[in-house]
Design a protein around this ligand. Sequence first.
Ligand code: NAP
Length: 244
Amino acid sequence: MSLRILLLGGTTEALRLARDLPATAIYSLAGLGRVPDDLPCEVRVGGFGGAEGLAAFIREQGIELLLDLTHPYAAQISANAARAAELSGVACWALRRPGWQAGEGDDWREVDDWNGLVAALQDFRRPLFTLGREPLEHLHDIPPHQHWTVRCLTAQEGVPRATVIGARGPFDLHGERALFALLGIDVLISKNSGSQATEPKLQVARELGVPVLLLRRPELPRVSREFVQLEALWEALQRRLAEP
Ligand code: NAP
């Protein structure tokens, strides 16, 4: 158990893995969300200063394996991780969580970026944004015929024609149904994170025939090993840790 690991996190899966890592591992967070204080491994918070900064950290700390379990839309840190691994000559393993797939009864429409989203939203009145903080930068641009509901980590009061809810997943089906009904949601906006923790909103949209606008996934770099499930990554890691 002496392999020196740096785990890049900020996701549910990363936190789960961090709970089982040896004390010699380091769990790294950007610092936007909650910082756990009950992990067996070391926790560090904040950016590294780009790929070069990350490579320098890897060298200074004697890191032997880099694990990228960041969010599928956190494209910058994943690019930095791949580059830093190259620069410092360590392996980088990544969890590349697959996106959700539309099924029968789904009306999903993909948009490229914020401008594409605004255009696609024009005919709706009561959108529910579940994208994180980005809509908060556009609260002064809400068209007169719309009332926005924005769900992100922190609530905000007193915004005309918007309800800004602070909430952290997982979200259950019962609560999501209640939210859609209470606010009369007629369109859902989401990233295609593929996370089970935030999937129930898609079922509610399907049940109600509410369209879903999905922000396109960013391209992520290829790394030494890629896993689609945490369990497979964990098993490979166990084997690696057992190597003499
Ligand atoms: P990003 O755009 O890819 O990264 C921006 C910068 O934040 C990076 O260049 C890096 O700074 C720093 N950073 C990001 N993750 C880090 C980590 N785990 N440890 C240390 N520094 C980190 O990322 P983002 O989309 O802002 O997301 C930030 C964090 O929130 C990520 O850890 C991600 O897993 C988590 N998260 C993101 C989303 C999302 O929708 N994007 C959703 C849930 C959770 P330097 O260049 O200075 O090193």
